[in-house]
Design a protein around this ligand. Structure first.
Ligand SMILES: Cc1cc2nc3c(=O)[nH]c(=O)nc-3n(C[C@H](O)[C@H](O)[C@H](O)COP(=O)(O)OP(=O)(O)OC[C@H]3O[C@@H](n4cnc5c(N)ncnc54)[C@H](O)[C@@H]3O)c2cc1C
Length: 438
């Protein structure tokens, strides 16, 4: 009889929660056995996708694929197993004068997850997706073979796996390029925008900056719709910083990392508390424009400061809804989306607007294309599905699409840009949901 490894598994949004088999192995033969002996398998990294993308009938956790393989300090090339976290890579490479070319808003994701979702950062308009810097990876396929995949070797598998959401196999290890930095600090400018016109103008003016992102207060209505703060940044050069931080420019002091100790009761986060939070966030910056230097953790990973912050949404969990709207229709589309949210009474605690640049047509499964992307967190409640349906309609009307790694309840037509991943062996709950909805 097969032993029972079933356990409760959920990703960052704590929605959905499923009881499934989950196993982690570090020897190739045991990983092959797991794949061979189960009908439907899906890889799971650190579960930082929000919904059901890395949930399945039989989950292979890459937690134990956590070893570094090589680090070429001269050329800035690193190779590691797929379960290594970006945070672990940064600890090793930043003191050596290197950084990730592309990083999402949390450093607690694995290299496998970064490739499978082809993650983007605040610099897509300037530097593209994570895959731009991937040299090669090893993929365990449905036949138990390990394929070396690169732009020249098994290239069709290489491109299908990038943004392929784990549906082409298990990425075992990867080699990718890093960028040079002189300091661990960012030269940052934060600028307040009163409304959508102003924030879109700021995005236009900031295209020459490597990093830019805006936090939006999405409960504002009428002439204040789009009230926001734009944050743009560049890696600071050595000669630009001074004082204490200049003594050791590539090392950051360890900061205390508080943890949210329990799930907040449901009533804590409501429209009023979101309104107060948004007001405080906007008011905290008392000048129109602030220029300063911040460490890379503060700039790239403000949410990582508090462990388990997802618990503030309570036990019913939350979703993240992220869409992209083509650039030329960006302002009009965002206006309609923000109006719909403000009317719905579902406040979003966190709303982030970014600009995507041109997509790489070879990486056809990647989510980004040239346009504006908005990511919104919503607490799960009885009104949420209706709001998601309404937002889906607007995204469709404007020719946009939804980011699969955040999705847990969107319309399948907005997520079916995924191609060449049909495979009876590697199946996620998300993919089943999408296929059944068609
Ligand atoms: C606070 C926060 C901020 C975020 N900000 C951004 C952002 O700015 N930009 C962005 O792009 N994303 C962002 N994300 C999403 C996150 O980067 C992606 O969901 C990422 O894929 C999570 O990686 P993971 O290792 O946790 O993998 P999981 O969440 O476990 O899995 C994600 C997908 O990758 C697949 N996968 C994982 N490992 C492997 C493997 N070894 N082989 C094959 N497939 C695999 C899974 O099957 C699944 O489809 C954010 C998430 C959080 C929680």
């Amino acid at each position: 009889m097969k032993p029972n490894f079933k356990q409760k598994v959920t990703n960052w949004g704590n929605f959905p929660i499923v009881e499934k088999e989950m196993k982690s192995e570090d020897s190739l033969s045991k990983i092959k056995d797991f794949v061979k002996s189960n009908n439907e398998v899906i890889a799971r990294g650190n579960g930082r996708c929000y919904g059901d993308a890395s949930l399945g009938e039989n989950i292979f956790s890459t937690k134990r694929l956590n070893k570094f393989i090589s680090f070429d300090r001269l050329n800035g090339v690193i190779e590691c197993e797929s379960g290594v976290l970006l945070s672990e890579i940064l600890e090793v490479v930043v003191p050596q004068g290197y950084f990730l070319f592309v990083t999402p808003g949390t450093k607690f994701i694995t290299v496998g997850g970064a490739i499978a979702s082809d993650v983007h950062g605040k610099n897509h308009h300037a530097e593209g997706c994570f895959s731009e810097y991937v040299i090669e990876f090893d993929l365990l396929n449905e036949n138990g073979e390990v394929l070396k995949c690169s732009r020249t070797e098994n290239s069709e598998k290489f491109w299908a796996t990038i943004g392929g959401m784990g549906l082409t196999g298990i990425i075992l290890s990867a080699k990718f390029k890093l960028k040079n930095i002189e300091t661990a600090y960012i030269r940052q400018e934060s600028i307040k925008a009163e409304n959508l016109d102003e924030i879109f103008r700021l995005f236009d003016e900031s295209e020459s900056w490597t990093y830019n992102v805006a936090w939006i207060d999405c409960l504002q209505k009428g002439k204040n719709i789009g009230r926001s703060i734009m944050m743009r940044g560049e890696h600071a050069f050595r000669h630009q910083i001074s004082g204490k931080i200049a003594e050791n420019p590539l090392r950051l002091k360890k900061k205390p990392q508080p943890t949210v100790p329990f799930y907040f009761p449901n009533f804590v986060l409501n429209n009023l508390t979101v309104k107060i939070f948004n007001w405080l966030y906007y008011a905290k910056q008392n000048r129109k424009e602030v220029k300063n230097f911040v460490d890379y953790e503060t700039f790239f990973y403000p949410l990582d400061v508090v462990n388990d912050w997802n618990k503030i949404y309570g036990k019913s969990g939350f979703i993240q809804y992220q869409m992209v709207i083509p650039k030329e229709k960006g302002k009009e589309g965002m206006k309609k989306i923000l109006e719909t949210i403000a009317k719905s009474g579902n406040g979003s605690f966190l709303a982030v607007l970014k600009l995507f640049g041109k997509n790489n047509p070879e990486a056809y499964n990647s989510f980004p294309f040239e346009g504006y992307t908005l990511a919104l967190d919503f607490k799960v409640n009885s009104k949420l599905k209706k709001l998601v349906d309404d937002l889906d309609k607007i995204v469709e009307e404007f020719g946009g699409r939804i980011y699969l790694t955040k999705d847990s309840m969107s319309k399948s037509t907005l997520t079916n840009y995924l191609k060449n991943v049909q495979n009876p062996k590697f199946v996620s709950l998300q993919h089943k949901r999408i296929v059944n909805n068609n």
